[in-house]
Design a protein around this ligand. Structure first.
Ligand SMILES: [Zn+2]
Length: 95
């Protein structure tokens, strides 16, 4: 496990003109993700639509699988972990 779960306290800081990425500290480009985490997020969503067909798992299940898969890239893992911890109240876009 890494010790870089520093970013959670940034979450309260909404409504600022310049938003930081929800996962790391870079400035966000879209959806409150920085360029890299946004890409990772897109990746996650796209891959889920494939997994869903094959495995019929829920989004949440999928996220935890991804988060502990050693083949998953770090960026994707960070986004997955973030979503697991924070998405409770939020709907993910469905395709
Ligand atoms: Zn980021």
């Amino acid at each position: 496990m890494d010790s870089m779960s520093q970013s959670r306290m940034l979450i309260e800081n909404k409504g600022e003109a310049t938003l930081n990425c929800k996962v790391c500290d870079r400035s966000a480009v879209e959806n409150d993700f920085c360029e890299l985490h946004l890409k990772a997020y897109d990746n996650l969503v796209n891959r889920y639509s494939i997994w869903k067909k094959a495995l019929k798992i829920s989004w949440r299940e999928y996220l935890s699988q991804v988060a502990k898969n050693s083949l998953t890239g770090d960026w994707v893992k960070e986004v997955a972990k973030y979503l697991i911890e924070n998405e409770e109240t939020k709907n993910v876009k469905q395709s």
